[in-house]
Design a binder for this molecule. Structure first.
Ligand code: F6P
Length: 474
């Protein structure tokens, strides 16, 4: 793995490549940049530095050659059908995902999955090492790749390695259940800088590092345990809350076609007085069932109901081969069916349930038209939907009901904050949000907008990369 001159000075390593496949005009498959905030933040950095992104195409057994898209050099890592089932669906999404989200579903601990996770992390590390020039910056993303920092450092001690965890890092009482807890912490300690969404996530990690590896910590600085007579390495673990491309989204929401589409949707919904909106991946961490329970009770109590009030719930399909996700879909659809059965009339459903994904223009129109946005996860690293809603409301209208168990709640303090497990409290917050006067709406929306405008995703990327530069130049 010796570095050569034409290799990249900036490399991103993530489970997925930043592109989606689509059928081009002549029927041939083409790639289009994915709409997410991470891509929006990193694309300019990659383009400016002729950088490389290492990741999986999203399809099993696909062997693609490296290719270029929108000025980014993309290097696919192949995952076999077994890798997808054991590394991605298994260890990443049926072990780590529920464990890191405070056990909102029971995590499964399968030794075969761990072996696959280790092997696939090794492959990502090898691919990144092949691509990185001498002294390059390598930025590893998220919980699927926690072993990459140490694996990469072992081969390429010259590299400057950052890691960002997009999801929560759990308290030690929960984390310590993981049979491979020490190996995972040691994997992360290979980085020079480890970024988390919230202060609490960073302190949970610092504690795990002390408990499991003999590392010492002072503030955000970690010194790893001395090894073979050599003193330990210094690194940092600190919060860097991620955000969205606020200006880009606001601009989109001002486009005449989007504004017209919002008006069209409102009329298609029967011009109700109040439109409530939920937008989530169909994931058990998102608290969709708790939200539906609260909404259903408000309808039972006669506090809200169609045609005056409707709920639009977008639940985009996700990880559909994982059992917990299949069970959740059944439960959500059962409760939606019950509520609609009890409270709808012909042409006036109480809930418009959409198990689909929509392009960003349609999402902006939905955010614009929503009088009340319901974001009620049981645990969420950040929750960008809450920030997207605020970004679209340059009219200072609308109200955000937000779970206090999201990273976003640390920043959007003027939202109607709720404990989603408290159904009565959630009902009260929904009613307060529905009844908020225009002046109350703008009193809350203005400071939240200031926050998402100042702290956008470009600010996030610059803050992380600036801090990585500081750590590695000391
Ligand atoms: O928040 C973690 C995350 O991995 C995001 O990066 C991603 O958008 C989402 O979960 C869905 O992940 P995937 O479809 O890749 O499993």
């Amino acid at each position: 793995m010796a570095p050569t001159a034409e290799r990249a000075t900036f490399v991103v390593v993530a489970n997925r490549l930043p592109v989606d496949r689509y059928a081009g005009a002549d029927g041939r498959e083409e790639w289009r940049t994915s709409p997410g905030g991470l891509v929006a933040a990193l694309e300019p950095v990659l383009v400016a530095n002729s950088g490389t992104w290492v990741g999986w195409s999203g399809a099993p057994d696909e062997k693609c050659e490296p290719f270029d898209a929108d000025g980014m050099h993309l290097v696919p890592v192949t995952l076999s059908t077994d890798d997808v089932s054991d590394y991605y669906e298994g260890f990443s999404n049926a072990t780590l995902w529920p464990l890191y989200h405070d056990v909102t579903a029971p995590p499964a601990f399968e030794r075969r999955w761990w072996e696959a996770y280790h092997e696939v992390n090794r492959r990502f590390a090898a691919a990144a090492g092949e691509e990185a020039a001498e002294d390059a910056v390598v930025w590893v993303q998220d919980y699927q790749l926690q072993l990459v920092p140490a694996l990469l450092r072992a081969e390429r001690p010259d590299l400057r390695i950052g890691f960002f965890n997009h999801i929560p890092f759990p308290g030690y009482e929960l984390y310590s259940r993981l049979p491979w807890r020490t190996q995972v912490v040691e994997g992360l300690l290979g980085a020079d800088l480890i970024g988390f969404q919230r202060r609490d996530d960073a302190s949970n990690f610092l504690r795990a590092a002390r408990m499991l590896t003999g590392a010492t910590t002072r503030g955000s600085v970690i010194e790893t345990a001395p090894e073979n007579g050599r003193s330990g390495r210094r690194l940092r673990a600190a919060p860097f809350p991620i955000s969205i491309d606020t200006a880009g989204l606001e601009q989109l929401s001002r486009q005449p076609e989007v504004v017209a589409r919002a008006a069209e949707l409102r009329s298609e919904l029967g011009n109700p007085g109040t439109i409530l909106l939920g937008v989530d991946r169909l994931d058990y961490t998102k608290g969709i069932l708790h939200r539906l329970r609260a909404y259903g009770e408000l309808l039972d109590d006669g506090e809200l109901g169609p045609p005056g009030t409707v709920l639009v719930q977008v639940a985009s399909p996700s990880r559909e081969r994982v059992e917990e996700y299949q069970n959740l879909r059944d439960e959500v659809e059962l409760i939606v069916g019950r509520i609609n059965g009890d409270h709808s009339s012909v042409g006036n459903p109480a809930i418009h349930y959409l198990h689909q994904s929509f392009p960003k223009e349609e999402m902006a129109a939905l955010y614009l038209l929503a009088d009340v946005m319901l974001v009620t996860p049981l645990r969420d690293g950040m929750n960008l939907v809450a920030k997207e809603y605020v970004a679209c409301h340059h009219d200072l209208r609308g109200a955000l009901v937000l779970s206090e168990f999201t990273g976003a709640a640390d920043e959007l303090r003027q939202a109607y904050l709720v404990n989603p497990y408290d159904i009565d409290g959630t009902k009260e917050a929904i009613l307060a949000a529905v009844g908020a006067s225009p002046s109350e709406q703008s009193r809350r929306m203005r400071p939240m907008r200031r926050r998402v405008i100042e702290s956008d995703v470009h600010h996030w990327a610059n803050a992380f990369l600036g801090a990585l530069d500081m750590v590695t130049s000391n």
